[in-house]
Design a protein around this ligand. Structure first.
Ligand SMILES: Nc1ncnc2c1ncn2[C@@H]1O[C@H](COP(=O)(O)OP(=O)(O)OP(=O)(O)O)[C@@H](O)[C@H]1O
Ligand SMILES: [Mg+2]
Length: 252
């Protein structure tokens, strides 16, 4: 059965999409069958893989509307073993229509339960909020990975988000496990970054450290994640290493 990994943090711009995309692709490079799901109406992950969201007839919005039809929203990428569910700008409008539904938080789980047998890993890229969609992701997930920038404000947002995680565990998803934190956009020359990294390391399981580098934005321009577009860079190697660490943790 596929393992569902949610990449989330309520704070914006901390490298969630870069982490979800590089980890999902790295699982595929390790020979796994992988599904990556874009849950952001801005379609950041879909576009970072070189795809135009307007070209897809079905998307994560159709999955949330009708979980039974999840198969129709899964597309094969041009990376072997990697499939994806694109997002859609229609997603935000859907939130209003879902609000009155009894199963509004369980829809993604219903959909993913149907396809879990055909994937080894399902990776969910969340938005920086606690929207209906992110709650759907936290309900559907087995594991949580939290990217956090090595900046002073990260400490507080990590605490806020991890209290959300505890609430999820005690309410909607008792099976959710925290794998750890990925420190992102690390600048080894800055005292702030070094202090915050030490703080993160003392409090949480640190999965890895991703340096601040233009390799990430240049790979977005190339329409493929770093681990493919800039695979010889330090950041690509680190994402591969983090992925292997996660595989060890969840396959034990
Ligand atoms: N290691 C890095 N070094 C430099 N830039 C990075 C790095 N990781 C991500 N970025 C850039 O920072 C920006 C935010 O990254 P990303 O989109 O992954 O964050 P996010 O947490 O998903 O944002 P949002 O909250 O808007 O969904 C993007 O422009 C991305 O290219
Ligand atoms: Mg994002």
């Amino acid at each position: 059965m596929g393992k569902v990994i949610c990449v989330a943090n309520q704070k914006g711009g901390v490298g969630k999409t870069a982490t979800a995309n590089n980890i999902a692709t790295s699982f595929a490079l390790e020979g796994k069958q992988v599904l990556v799901v874009d849950l952001d109406s801005l379609c950041t992950l879909t576009k970072a893989n070189g795809y135009d969201p307007a070209k897809f007839e079905t998307s994560v919005a159709s999955v949330l509307e009708n979980p039974q039809k999840v198969g129709q929203a899964i597309y094969e990428s041009d990376i072997e073993g990697l499939s994806f569910i694109p997002s859609s700008p229609m997603l935000d409008a859907l939130e209003l229509t879902l609000i009155s539904k009894k199963d509004k938080y369980a829809r993604l789980k219903k959909a993913l339960d149907k396809v879990k047998p055909i994937f080894d890993y399902i990776v969910l890229d969340c938005t920086p909020s606690l929207s209906t969609f992110n709650i759907n992701a936290l309900v559907a997930a087995d594991y949580l990975v939290v990217p956090a920038e090595t900046k002073y404000q990260s400490d507080f947002s990590l605490e806020v988000f991890l209290s959300t995680f505890e609430t999820m565990k005690s309410t909607l998803n008792p099976n959710l496990k925290l794998l750890g934190v990925v420190a992102t956009m690390f600048n080894g020359q800055a005292n702030e970054d070094k202090e915050v990294l030490a703080e993160i390391q003392s409090k949480y399981n640190l999965l890895g450290v991703i340096k601040r580098t233009t390799a990430v934005s240049s790979s977005v321009k190339k329409g493929k994640p770093c681990v493919v577009a800039n695979r010889r860079t330090v950041v690509a190697q680190e994402y591969r290493e983090i992925t292997r660490k996660i595989m060890k943790m969840v396959e034990e």
